[in-house]
Design a protein around this ligand. Structure first.
Ligand code: UDP
Length: 140
């Protein structure tokens, strides 16, 4: 088992419905410790840069609009195989296709407003954590 860190975001649909505690409980019960956490309202520029890889996709503008429609909670999760473990408990991007018991199946509103983001690789996790967190903001 490898101790890893991954970037998690509780998206605006989750903060709006006060689901942060319930979702955080899922992480902790799955062995993912929240070693960094802050509630922020992203700027358009921040959201565009974060989702840059999807710039050419038809859903890009709507996605950016959604991500800046309310506050988000940025988190660093740490645990054994944290990247894959988090993706597992998040469930598929489209909540209607997510496994029962996953965060997205249980809480998401739509394929866009799907409650959580989680890094998809260890390499991206390091980039995404560095984008939002200073080293001093992560306390294991
Ligand atoms: N998304 C969307 N429409 C789509 C696909 C994705 O609005 O058809 C949004 C959704 O919020 C998703 C994010 O874009 O979480 C990033 O998409 P990705 O394919 O990277 O999915 P994820 O890694 O978040 O499961």
């Amino acid at each position: 088992m490898a101790l890893e860190r991954t970037l998690s975001i509780l998206k605006p649909d989750a903060t709006r419905r006060d689901l942060t505690g319930k979702i955080n409980a899922r992480f902790e019960e799955a062995g993912l410790r929240i070693v960094g956490q802050k509630r922020v309202w992203l700027s358009k520029a921040q959201a565009e840069k974060f989702y840059e890889v999807h710039k050419a996709r038809p859903f890009f503008n709507d996605l950016v609009g959604f991500m800046i429609s309310g506050p988000v909670v940025l988190q660093v999760l740490e645990g054994d195989n944290a990247v894959a473990r988090n993706r597992e408990i998040m469930g598929a991007t489209d909540p209607s296709k997510a496994e029962p018991g996953t965060i997205r199946r249980d809480f998401a509103e739509s394929i866009e407003a799907n409650s959580v983001h989680g890094s998809d690789s260890l390499e991206n996790a390091a980039i995404e954590i560095g984008y939002f967190f200073a080293g001093t903001e992560i306390v294991a």
